[in-house]
Structure formats: C-alpha cells, structure tokens
Ligand binder design. Structure first.
Ligand code: HMG
Length: 457
C-alpha cells in the first residue's frame, strides 16, 4: 500500500492546516439516565447505548453562542500566545445566530477587546457561515484557501459555536448539547496539514431546519439519519475520485480508499450516528477491495433491489444486512481502530452542531491517539443538506501538543435538576445557576435588541 504521504500536504506553497484548538463547554450538565429518563418514560439503556449520550451540556442563563465562542477563542489565544494583530480573519460557523444581520464575530471581537484593549482587532475581518452543522467546515475550507495566498503571515481562526435545541419531550431532546470549538489555522501548522482535497455533496432536503423566529429545530428524525448517510456516501465518492486523480491515494490491487485513512472523523449528532456512518462508508468502500469476499463468506451476498418485487421487502432485507454488517468482525475491528475514540467527548456533551466533528478531533488529541504522518479524514454533514469529506496529515509535532485535560474538566461540571434544565430551556430561569466567574456573560439586551456583554472576574 502506498499513500505518498511524504509528498502531499504542501501543494504549491507551504502546507496550511490546524495548529491548535480549544474547546469550551458550559459548566452545567444534565445526566440522561435518572430523573430525565424516568420523567420522559424512556429506558436509560436506549439513551446511553442506543443513542450513545450520557450527559448533555446545558448553557446557563448568562450564556449564548457568542459568549461560548468568545470563551473558546480566549482560551486558544492564551494557549497559543496569540496577539490580536496576528489574526487576519475570524470565521464563525453557527446555526444559533443571535441577529439577522450583525455577524456573531463582531460580538465576539467586542468581548475579546475587553481583555486585549479597544481597537485591538480592528484589522481582523469576521463573517458568519450558516449551513446547519457543516457551516464551520465550509468556513475552514474557505479560510484554508485565503491562508495559502496570505502574504503577511497572518493566521486565521475558525470558531464553531452552537446551542443544540429541540422541543421538550421530543425525540430530538436527548441529543441536545452546547459548546464551542476554536481552531487556529496557519501555515506550517503543528497538528494537521490539510491535503486540500474536498469531496462535496448537496441536495435540497427537509430533514432538519429552523424557520425564522423559531428557537427550536423542526426535525424529521429518521429521514435526517438517511439524508446524512446518503450525503456522506456522495461526498466520500467525490473525495475518493479527487484523491485518486491527485495521486494522494494510490490503491494497489484489492485495496480501497479507507485502507489509506488512519482515523475517520464524522459529524457527531449523537455517537451511534458515527457507528451508522462508518458502517455505511466501510461497506460501500470495501466492495472494491479483496476484503469483500470475506464479508460475503460471513454474511452472504447483499440483497439486490431487482431481486425483489416488493420494495418494502427489499428495504427490510437491506436494513437487516446493514445491521449484520455492523456486527461483523471486520467492521468491529475497523471501527475500534479508526473511529470509536472520536466520540469520547460527545458522549459527555451531546450535539454541539457545527463543532461536533471537531470535538471528535479534540477526543483523539486528548487520548493522544494521533501520530505523525497518519491520515485523518473528516466527514462533515449539515442538514438541508450538504456533506464535505476532506483529509489532513498529522505533523511530526502532533503527538507532542499538550493535552488540555478536557475529560477531567468535564468531571468538574455541576449537575442540574430536571426542573432547572427545563427552566433554562424555556428561558424562564430568573438567575444563573452558577454565577459567572472568570468568563464572558450576557449582561442585558437593550430596548433595540443590541446585546451587551461583559467579562466577569
Ligand atoms: P429515536 O426514535 O429516539 O430512536 O430516534 P430509535 O428508536 O431509532 O432508537 C435508536 C437506537 O436505540 C436503535 O438502535 C434502537 O434499537 C436502540 P439501532 O436499532 O439503530 O441499532 N434502542 C436501545 N438500545 C439499548 N437499550 C434499549 C433500546 N431501545 C432502543 N432499551 C433520532 C433517534 C436520532 C432520530 C432522534 O433522537 C432525533 O430526531 N434526533 C435529532 C435529529 C438527529 O440528530 N439526526 C441525526 C442526523 S441529521 C444531523 O446529524 C444534523 C444535525 O446535527 C443538525 C444540523 O445539521 O444542523 C441534527
């Protein structure tokens, strides 16, 4: 097997990619097993195993997507010893917009200037990317092209920040979460060099959307799972064809694209979805490989639509085959080696929409699973719907970038009652559960709708 990894990332100029990242998660959480599962009449096993989420992060009364974005950026700047004048652009991916016109990044810059001084970010531009959960990834793709041509050696920041919110007692409720991830993009990055191969897929769908004025999403749950899988497969095929054409991946006889990928990261609306997505992609990709013979020996041949007069019966046979494939030894091994560890943090946080896939990256970094020259693929998905499949190569320093102790930090959070969670969810909490401390906080919204933020020591 040859992957040409030594030759790839730089392209024409220097490699561009992810140098560091910071994650911010609210300090409150609600466990799904216990008061919540009892009250909603759901078997906790379904939530913990069937969905894969143990705790969902809940934003306090003084928090919103802008404060969380400012918190992740502040941590990134402190950690990377970054000065405001070094930052050329801040792109914010969010579907939790706070204004129909004003870019969230301007509020974020306003908050950061309370620390770094008024006007310190005035040469930095900011724009908001909206495309459901894939917004941040489109921002990253766009920023990577800007960075490649940047001549003043400025760096770029991509921030994902969202509050995932569904109606109380709906099937989406137990996949909620909240948080922000800030990514530092620069030339000659320490962590990951982007290969600049982007496979795309787009289709108009009604799987998940939030009409103007609604605070929670409308979701057609089962349909949304299928849209995700269709789009992911389309983007994967587009990526494979481009990677082959570029010579980044050069499969020999009996080999296939995923043989050349060490870690597959996917958008994580809930951890089980990553299992469904990786099973769909491996099954699709392995059909080209020598491994497929062994799969057929174990599971028998795949059902074929033309062999069924009744489409419903074909669909049932197909679902049964997919279930058996997901339990096959071959899949379980590949899943454990290349996918499973990406969901560690999401189990404790829930869906953070556009940043979820980068929580997957943080999970791998925290468990020190990324080693030099490994190839990582990212399968981003956004409802509506679009998918983008791209890749990056781990740099020599990747395994030496210090852990941030995120798993330990999550243990320091405060558990809240179902009653407090419901009050916060419905905007009925009169005060914060935990008073703001060393953090940005929404102080008030004035009569014109402008939001006033402060940094509370
Ligand atoms: P649901 O009806 O709650 O769950 O819907 P289910 O009945 O499909 O069960 C889920 C799994 O739990 C099944 O596993 C059950 O068997 C199992 P499977 O059969 O597939 O292997 N189960 C149990 N396991 C253990 N013990 C038990 C038990 N009972 C059942 N006792 C759904 C789930 C995700 C659809 C729902 O929660 C929902 O609508 N969520 C919101 C939408 C969503 O997250 N969609 C994901 C794809 S779209 C996306 O990712 C985009 C998004 O992030 C937004 C954006 O782009 O902006 C959402």
């Amino acid at each position: 097997m040859s992957s040409n990894i030594e030759d790839i990332p730089a392209g024409k100029g220097q490699a561009v990619g992810i140098d560091d990242l910071s994650v911010y998660v609210p300090r409150l959480f609600l466990p799904l097993a216990g008061e919540f599962s009892t009250n909603r009449g759901i078997d906790p096993g379904k939530l913990i195993k069937g969905i894969g989420i143990e705790r969902m992060a809940v934003p306090d009364r003084h928090e919103d997507a802008a404060t969380m974005a400012a918190m992740s950026l502040l941590d990134l700047m402190k950690h990377s010893r970054l000065r405001p004048e070094e930052i050329g652009k801040i792109y914010v991916g969010t579907e939790s917009a706070l204004d129909e016109a004003k870019a969230m990044g301007t509020y974020v810059i306003g908050m950061l200037e309370k620390i770094y001084g008024k006007g310190s970010f005035q040469e930095c531009s900011t724009v908001e990317f909206k495309a459901a959960c894939i917004g941040t990834t489109f921002a990253l793709e766009s920023l990577s092209y800007w960075l490649a041509g940047e001549e003043e050696d400025k760096v770029g920041i991509v921030i994902a920040s969202d509050v995932a919110k569904y109606p109380l007692a709906s099937p989406g409720e137990y996949t909620q979460g909240a948080g922000s991830v800030a990514l530092l993009l620069k030339k000659n990055p320490r962590l990951l060099a982007l290969e600049q191969i982007y496979g795309t897929f787009t289709r108009d769908e009604n799987d998940f959307f939030r009409p103007m004025g609604c605070s929670t999403a409308v979701v057609n749950g089962k349909h949304s799972n299928q849209c995700y899988l269709d789009a992911m497969q389309g983007a994967f095929d587009s990526f494979s064809a481009k990677a082959l054409k570029k010579g980044a991946i050069t499969p020999g006889a009996g080999e296939c694209t995923t043989d050349f990928i060490d870690h597959l990261l996917f958008h994580i609306p809930y951890p089980r979805m990553v299992e469904y997505a990786s099973a769909a992609i491996f099954r699709h990709d392995w059909r080209q490989s020598r491994r497929w013979k062994e799969i057929e020996e174990e599971l028998g041949p795949e059902p074929k639509a033309q062999e069924y007069e009744d489409h419903g019966k074909y669909q049932a046979a197909e679902a049964d085959y997919a279930r058996r494939f997901a339990k096959s030894e071959q899949f379980l091994q590949a899943y454990a080696a290349k996918v499973r560890d990406t969901a560690t943090l999401s189990r404790q946080i829930g869906n953070i929409y556009t940043g979820s896939i980068y929580l997957g990256l943080a999970s791998l970094l925290e468990s020190q699973k990324i080693h030099a020259k490994e190839r990582l693929s990212f399968g981003a998905y956004g409802s509506g719907c679009s998918a983008l499949f791209f890749s990056a190569i781990a740099k020599q320093q990747a395994s030496s970038v210090p852990r941030r102790g995120l798993v330990e930090k999550l243990e320091e959070r405060r558990q809240i009652s179902l009653q407090d969670y419901e009050k916060l969810h419905e905007g009925k909490a009169e005060k914060s559960v935990l008073m703001p401390c060393k953090e940005f906080a929404l102080a008030r919204i004035d009569h014109q709708g402008y939001r006033h933020y402060e940094y509370v020591e």
